[in-house]
Design a protein around this ligand. Structure first.
Ligand code: PRP
Length: 206
């Protein structure tokens, strides 16, 4: 299931990150704000448990999350969404997956894995601003499911139709939340119109 976040402020910030003239400081700020919208939408489905709360005046019904939430940024660009996720959900547990996409083969290679224990009582939100071929996200989701994840949401800034199709085919139960659905991939696996390389632009590595 694909959910595209629609918000005028998000549309303006997407324009900032798409603009080739945007430097890394402005890029990070805009990506952070996009992340706030995406992380809110990626946690919209979370189940609640009713609890009793005493206001200064009387008792009433309040709520708490029914399950743990584990956010898993895919390094490096996924780090751009980690702070927004912690802002919207301060108690979130955090895992990390390091993946590098080979520029020739477009295949991901894993170089880091550290994720809290996963089971049916954890909702997992994978953070990666870019869903291109879907190879990195598919790798991460497969590893997370093998580790016990049952409820998985993928939170992106920009998604290409090719990546969406790949994830929807391989993992029909995974929710994909994106701020924009772009047109296609180019011959190098870059999203069009896209924003270039999110990792390099975030960290000024070029
Ligand atoms: C980019 C991007 C995604 C992945 C998307 O990361 O941040 O993780 O590629 O491509 P895919 O859908 O075709 O797998 P990259 O491997 O360039 O690493 P980086 O974040 O460290 O720059």
């Amino acid at each position: 299931m694909l959910i595209v976040v629609e918000h005028p402020l998000c549309a303006c910030d997407l324009t900032v990150v798409r603009d080739r003239r945007t430097d890394s400081a402005l890029f990070r700020g805009a990506m952070h704000r996009i992340g706030m919208h995406v992380c809110l939408a990626a946690t919209q489905h979370l189940a609640l448990e009713p609890i009793t709360v005493s206001t200064p005046l009387e008792e009433t019904t309040g709520y708490k999350l029914a399950r743990r939430v584990v956010a898993v940024p895919i390094l490096r660009a996924g780090l751009m969404f980690l702070e927004p996720m912690i802002h919207v959900l301060p108690t979130v547990e955090v895992g990390f997956i390091g993946l590098r996409r080979d520029e020739e083969t477009l295949q991901p290679t894993e170089y880091y894995w550290k994720v809290p224990p996963l089971d049916e009582n954890a909702s997992v939100v994978v953070l990666d601003p870019m869903l291109a071929t879907g190879g990195s996200a598919a790798w991460a989701i497969e590893r997370l499911v093998a580790a016990g994840a049952r409820d998985v949401t993928l939170a992106c800034a920009i998604a290409a139709p090719e990546g969406i199709e790949r994830i929807e085919t391989a993992f029909p139960d995974v929710r994909i939340v994106a701020a924009a659905l772009d047109r296609q991939l180019d011959e190098h696996g870059f999203i069009l119109p896209g924003l270039g390389d999110a990792g390099d632009r975030s960290f000024a590595t070029v």
